[in-house]
Design a protein around this ligand. Structure first.
Ligand code: NDP
Ligand code: 2M3
Length: 291
C-alpha cells in the first residue's frame, strides 16, 4: 500500500494531467484552404469526412472504386463550400493505382496538407477456416496500400508540415472472434504507423500521424455486416468523421471514438507507452542523423 501511494499514484496523476493538458482547441478555420485527400470517400465515414472538410472550405481529392457515387459526393462537396473538389476512381488492390493516385491528387491541388487513409476491402464476419487468399487481399487493401499511399505522399507532406490520419478500429487494439484478417490488418497499421511516428520524432520530420480507433459506427456496410451477429450500439458516422478530422488537425497521436468513455482508458495501454519510452533511451542516437 505504501509503495502504491509513493510511486503509482504520482505516476497516475502525471499521466492523467498529460492526457487532459493536450486537449487544444479545434477551430474549423484550421482546414480552410487546406489540401486534403480522403480514401474510401464514396460512402460511410469517408463521405462524411469529405462533407465536413467541404463545409470548412478545404480542397479535397476523393477516391474509391465507384465512379458514379464519387461523382455525386463531389457535387455535394462543391455545394457545401469546398475550395475545390475532384475524384479519381480506382481500386486499392492495385498498388500502381495507389501510387499514381497520390501524384495526380497532388498535381490537382498543388500540394498536400492532410492524407486521410480510410478505405477497407469489403469483409463479412465469419470463422476463419482456410481462406488464405482472402487474408492476402485484406492485408493488401487495408494495410499495404496505406503504406504505398503514405510513402508516395510523404515528400509533399514534409513540405507542408502536414498530417496523416489512419482509420483503425477497436479490432486493431483488441481481439474478437469472426474478423481475423480484418483485425490483423488493423494491428499491422498500429505496428507500422506508430513506428513511423517514432521515426519522425527522432529524425525531426514534422509530419504527424493520427491513429483513429473506432467502435461500431452506423454506416450501412457495418450495420449489414454485424446484423444478427453483434449486439452493440452504433455511434453516428457524421460525428465520428468530425472527431477524426479534429484529432488529425490537432496532430494527436491517437483518437478514440466509441460509445463507451472507458475505451481510451482500458485500451490506452500505459504499460506500452512506458516500455516504448524506456527502450528508446537505449538507442544509439547517431543512427538517427537525418539524411
Ligand atoms: P464503408 O463500407 O461505408 O466504406 C468503405 C469505403 O471504401 C467505400 O468508399 C468503398 O467504396 C471503399 N472501398 C472498398 N473497397 C475498395 C477498394 N478495393 N479500393 C478502394 N476503395 C475501396 O466503410 P465505413 O465507412 O464503415 O468504414 C470506414 C473506416 O472505418 C474503415 O477503415 C473501417 O475499418 C473503420 N471502422 C469502421 C467501423 C464501423 O463500424 N463502421 C468500426 C471500426 C472501424 P467502393 O466500394 O466504391 O470502392
Ligand atoms: C465497416 C465496413 C465495418 C465493417 C465492415 C465488417 C466490422 C463491424 C468492423 C469493428 C468493431 C468490432 C466488435 C469486432 C469488431 N465493413 N465489415 C465490419 C465485418 C464491426 N467492426 O471494427 N466490434 C467486434 C466495431 C469495432
Amino acid at each position: 500500500m505504501a509503495v502504491m501511494k509513493k510511486y503509482l499514484l504520482p505516476i497516475l496523476v502525471l499521466f492523467l494531467a498529460y492526457y487532459y493538458s493536450t486537449n487544444d482547441e479545434f477551430r474549423p478555420e484550421m482546414l480552410q484552404g487546406k489540401k486534403v485527400i480522403v480514401t474510401g470517400a464514396s460512402k460511410g465515414i469517408g463521405r462524411e469526412m469529405a462533407y465536413h472538410l467541404s463545409k470548412m472550405g478545404a480542397h479535397v481529392v476523393l477516391t474509391a472504386r465507384s465512379e458514379e457515387s464519387l461523382q455525386k459526393v463531389v457535387s455535394r462537396c462543391l455545394e457545401l463550400g469546398a475550395a475545390s473538389a475532384h475524384y479519381i476512381a480506382g481500386s486499392m488492390e492495385d498498388m500502381t493505382f495507389a501510387e499514381q493516385f497520390v501524384v495526380k491528387a497532388g498535381k490537382l491541388m498543388g500540394g498536400l496538407d492532410m492524407l486521410i487513409l480510410n478505405h477497407i476491402t469489403s469483409t463479412s464476419m465469419s470463422l476463419f477456416h482456410e481462406d488464405v487468399h482472402s487474408v492476402r487481399r485484406v492485408m493488401e487493401v487495408n494495410f499495404l496500400s496505406y503504406v504505398v499511399l503514405s510513402t508516395a505522399a510523404l515528400p509533399m507532406l514534409k513540405q507542408s508540415n502536414g498530417s496523416i490520419a489512419v482509420v483503425s478500429s477497436l479490432a486493431g487494439k483488441m481481439t474478437q472472434p469472426l474478423i481475423a484478417s480484418y483485425s490483423a490488418s488493423k494491428f499491422a497499421l498500429d505496428g507500422f504507423f506508430s513506428t513511423i511516428r517514432k521515426e519522425h520524432l527522432v529524425t525531426k520530420v514534422n509530419v504527424s500521424i493520427t491513429l483513429c480507433i473506432l467502435g461500431l459506427i452506423d454506416t450501412e456496410t457495418a450495420l449489414r455486416a454485424t446484423s444478427g451477429i453483434l449486439r452493440a450500439q452504433a455511434s453516428p458516422k457524421d460525428e465520428c468523421a468530425l472527431e477524426i478530422i479534429k484529432g488529425t488537425a490537432l496532430r494527436k497521436d491517437e483518437v478514440y471514438y466509441d460509445k463507451s468513455s472507458w475505451t481510451p482508458i482500458l485500451l490506452g495501454n500505459p504499460g506500452r507507452k512506458i516500455m516504448e519510452f524506456l527502450t528508446l533511451r537505449n538507442y544509439n542516437r547517431d543512427i538517427f542523423v537525418s539524411n
